[in-house]
Design a protein around this ligand. Structure first.
Ligand SMILES: Cc1cc2nc3c(=O)[nH]c(=O)nc-3n(C[C@H](O)[C@H](O)[C@H](O)COP(=O)(O)OP(=O)(O)OC[C@H]3O[C@@H](n4cnc5c(N)ncnc54)[C@H](O)[C@@H]3O)c2cc1C
Length: 416
């Protein structure tokens, strides 16, 4: 294979989106992905769904991917937070956020990761300058003055001006580049699965905040929802080992009946809850995107949305550098990407980390503050609207690839 402009290591959703975005911008790119290419394999790789905020939906739309995803997606119009983490005698407090108060379309859409993977691969396969190297992994990565070189598991070596590490929390790219990362856990496990239920969800997602971790219902098409249920590790193991009937009863109890009777529960997946922050997101001939650079526990639908913003900002940085005749792999160029992402990432990782600790805390002052905070948010319209706006868009300049189309208020490509 000829010398590439960019080689992306990792074919998760972030890596595949980055590959499509750079190919769409005219770069010669390839994505090294240990997973098989067959569309049928997507379901067996990842059972999660992702609540994609409007900016991410706009990005996928601009890349010609959204139309393939939309049939599997459910609009997210209202979000309810129910705080059940107080003392047993406290009445649960509720805050309700309605996307109509922002004057536009829904907050975003909930999409099965398998549908996203299939749509991204279908788009990539139509692109002459983008390649998907399935069933292969990066074994050794070298960063030289003029090029980077990657030895693959099939014995071939590829060279590129720039390596993008989209290879997740344990990123071999980050390690090879000597970029350090701080990581910390919470002693919690996130269980993810889908449910079928008797009552319609009305496109309302519900987050029950409990001291052991959140229990979140997110709409799927029809009378189905995806569930993210976070518990302390030992309790999660017990729930994961339960037979189907007992597990369904445990789920039913935690839904508080908001979607009626839970009639079926899908395959259970589990993930450790953790945070990660790479000290640097870029170096000479290397940039990190997605969980290679930052990770959060699954609260508030931020993880992949942060990765999508990385993709948009890095793409625009490289397009600008190329237009100015610059070498896209130089530190001078890549520092621009890092600067553009740092504040947004730090703020969101810190906010989710703080929220998770606050909800878990049994300290009375923290409980009182949390209770007060939620009631103020629910009652004061201006605070609520501002929170919704900040939750939706990255801090700092919004990348053009994620910006609303002229004449729309939220960038919603398809309203339903
Ligand atoms: C239960 C749960 C629910 C979530 N819900 C949401 C949500 O609603 N909204 C949201 O925004 N985020 C959500 N997230 C977060 C989101 O899922 C992650 O941020 C996202 O999946 C990370 O994608 P990634 O591509 O960066 O990393 P990964 O998905 O980890 O992909 C990394 C890829 O790199 C590959 N790789 C590793 N080593 C090599 C190598 N040597 N060579 C080649 N490839 C390699 C791996 O095989 C993998 O495919 C959730 C997370 C969890 C756990």
């Amino acid at each position: 294979m000829a010398d590439l402009d960019v080689l992306i290591i990792g074919g998760g959703i972030t890596g595949l989106t980055q590959t499509v975005a750079l190919a769409d911008a005219g770069f010669a790119v390839a994505c090294v992905d240990p997973q098989p290419a067959e569309p049928a394999a997507a379901e067996t790789l990842d059972g999660r769904t992702t609540a994609l905020l409007q900016g991410s939906v706009t990005l996928l739309d601009r890349l010609g991917v959204w139309d393939h995803v939309r049939p599997a997606a459910a609009a997210l119009r209202v979000m309810r937070i129910v705080d059940e983490s107080g003392r047993p005698r406290d009445r649960p407090l509720t805050a309700r956020f309605d996307s109509r108060d922002l004057g536009g379309g829904p907050f975003g859409y909930n999409v099965p990761n398998a549908a996203l993977r299939r749509a991204l691969l279908a788009r990539l396969h139509t692109m002459a300058n983008g390649q998907h190297l399935a069933g292969r992994s990066a074994e050794a990565i070298r960063f030289d003055a003029r090029r980077s070189a990657v030895d693959l598991s099939d014995g071939t070596t590829l060279t590129a001006h720039l390596i993008v590490g989209a290879d997740g929390k344990h990123s071999p790219t980050r390690e090879s580049a000597g970029l350090s990362a701080r990581r910390w856990g919470y002693g919690q496990t996130a269980m993810a699965f889908s449910i079928a239920h008797t009552r319609p969800h009305d496109n309302v997602s519900v987050e029950f905040h409990r001291s052991s971790g959140p229990f979140v219902l997110v709409p799927l098409p029809g009378n189905e929802s995806s569930v993210v249920w976070v518990e302390r590790d030992r309790a999660a193991s017990r729930f994961l080992e339960m037979d189907d009937a007992a597990f369904r009863r445990a789920v039913q109890a935690r839904t508080r009946g908001v979607v009626g009777t839970v009639s079926a529960v899908g395959r259970r997946w589990n993930y450790p809850a953790m945070s990660l922050l790479a000290e640097r997101y870029a170096g000479h001939r290397v940039a990190l995107v997605g969980e290679a650079a930052h990770a959060t526990p699954p609260i508030g639908a931020q993880g992949l949305n942060l990765g999508m913003t990385d993709v948009a900002v890095l793409t625009e940085t490289l397009v600008d550098a190329r237009a100015s005749g610059m070498d896209i792999g130089t530190e001078a160029v890549l520092r621009g990407y890092e600067r553009a992402r740092r504040t947004d990432v730090l703020a969101r990782v810190a906010a989710i980390d703080g929220l998770n600790w606050a909800v878990m805390s049994k300290l009375p002052p923290v409980q009182v503050l949390r209770h007060l905070g939620l009631s103020v948010v629910d009652r004061v319209g201006r605070v609520k609207t501002e929170l919704m706006r900040r939750g939706m868009a990255p801090l700092g300049a919004r990348p053009a690839l994620m910006a609303p189309a002229p004449g729309t208020s939220d960038g919603s490509p398809t309203e339903s």
